[in-house]
Design a protein around this ligand. Structure first.
Ligand code: RB5
Length: 149
């Protein structure tokens, strides 16, 4: 499985740790930056991660900023992206099972690397359950297309 990962300046150290963790587990990782600590704009990196997912170059994406909030809002503006901002594993797991989330976000200033790894593990291990949830995903897609429900 290929995972695109990106971040702003607040999350470079966290990104490096999560990236190494994923590679040690055998995942292929596409790092879209930023790799420094100088101030950058998180929507730029949200877009880079989401482009990899939408184009199917990556199966899933991980996007990290200081809180996870800004980058997740930006990710959710990209057509076809269902990003979740999580600070605990339960929501991460359910976001895959029920919401078919395809980008995971969290805040490097909110949680530590060990909790982040737990969240990433739960998210990657879970699978979309389809069924009644598919109708709701279709409704989200309709909203994205500007349709009424
Ligand atoms: C950057 O200072 C900070 O605003 C950003 O990382 C993030 O927390 C935004 O939601």
């Amino acid at each position: 499985m290929k995972i695109a990962i990106g971040n702003d300046h607040a999350a470079t150290d966290m990104k490096n740790e999560i990236m190494q963790y994923l590679m040690d587990k055998g995942y292929e990782v596409i790092n879209v930056g930023t790799d420094g600590h100088e101030s950058v704009d998180y929507p730029v990196y949200a877009k880079k991660v989401c482009d990899k997912v939408v184009s199917k170059e990556a199966d899933l994406g991980i996007a990290i900023c200081g809180t996870g909030v800004g980058i997740s809002i930006a990710c959710n503006k990209v057509k076809g992206i269902r990003a979740v901002c999580c600070s605990e594993p339960f929501s991460a797991k359910l976001s895959r099972q029920h919401n078919n989330s395809n980008v995971l976000c969290f805040g490097a200033r909110v949680i530590g690397p060990e909790l982040a790894k737990m969240i990433v593990d739960e998210w990657l291990a879970a699978e979309f359950q389809g069924g009644r949830h598919q109708k709701r995903i279709d409704e989200i897609s309709a909203l994205e297309a500007g349709s009424d429900l």
